[in-house]
Write a protein that binds this ligand. Sequence first.
Ligand code: PLP
Length: 467
Amino acid sequence: MRYISTRGQAPVRDFAGVLLAGLAEDGGLFVPEAWPVVTPADWRSLRGLPYPRLAARVLQRFVGDSIPFDTLCAICAEAYAKFDHPAIVPLVQLETGLFVQELFHGPTLAFKDMAMQVLGRLFDHILRTRDARVTIVGATSGDTGSAALEACAGRDRIDIVILHPHERTSAVQRRQMTTVTASNVANIAVEGTFDDCQDMVKAMFADAPFREEMRLSAVNSINWARIAAQVPYYVAAALALGAPDREVAFAVPTGNFGNVLAAWAARRMGLPVARLIVGSNRNDILARFLESNDMSIATVEPSLSPSMDIQVSSNFERVLFELLDRDPVATTETMRGFRQTGRMAVPEAVWKRARAVFHGFRLDDPGTEAEIRRLHAATGYLADPHTAIGVAAARARPPAQPVATVAMATAHPAKFPEAIARATGLHPALPPRLAGLFEREERFTVLPNDLSAVQAQVRALVGRNRG
Ligand SMILES: *Cc1c(COP(=O)(O)O)cnc(C)c1O
């Protein structure tokens, strides 16, 4: 299995190379050179498998011969062993034709664990076989950071530095990061937005000497391995609802476009997915794009669903590349123009192709609270604000044919107690694994939105640990 960059100027790599590199050297994102094709018989052969086994089988399509299948099975078994639900990714029916798939039963209570628990172990395996080490840098609007830290803390071939926007994450989200105190971990609170943090990570990768010296690697959703590890739960949901003989639709609360891209990838591999509904909060650049071909950057506004407070959805570049018939020159030009002008010029025909699959949906904070309340009153189900947007999106944009729609439940309601309390009067308890979170000591450094200050901090951590 080989991977190319969306911008066409980076060397072709195998899965292990893509995992370690994260972002391609030309600023593009890695995508499979050719998409794996899965036949209906292949899909059927996955029916009824325990989730870790199914995940290994689907992942194998992307891993190729980078990792032996037995090792991959062991990695998946271990990754999901600590999850709090025997089904790992249970489907819950809310009403006729409407389901949620709960992706939050991992150690940090958000869907990022689904991929990150696999990724930490993939890194371990590959670094050991190569006798190498890496420095992982990542930007997070909340959940990626804690999931990455949980997956990497204490692993002796990895240093990890996570940037989060100062005072723009929930208290639970921040504490899940800043109370991880392993010696290979540093948390930096940047005085800026999530997009500033993400730009900073990109700038560190673009600084070739720094990248080389630190052996930088990324685990945010630009890393292809993250996307690959998110494909299996779409497969599991679709199979449970009758695929490959029946179509399904997915509604995905979206920020950086990684989760919904995994659904798109499953569709591209032949899973019968009728449509993908992209849920947004008031930061609605994707909804505006899908509604009226208006992909223009506005300022990021904090919302009840902070993991979706994003204007530039990095992973969109991967879909853009496909929509542009995999033309790296056109992709590069479109992304450059977007950077320079804050507006993406997408030809009408290309936009229409996007609309054939993706549908946009937006819900502001009052609407999100109302949906949490409505859903709880109607069904007894408690949804966190991100999940509530997914459920509302699924209800607002039902497919024309009767097709089951699955809303992705991306976070546990206890991660967002204030919103739940305001909407329902209930105070969801933190699950036992997070008990004591508010008593633990926090450790993080607040830095200005300044590249050299952040680079100095990364150097300090790495210098200490490489000794
Ligand atoms: C990360 C996250 C999202 C957004 O997912 P993307 O892959 O970035 O689109 C939605 N909800 C929650 C709870 C998240 O943690």
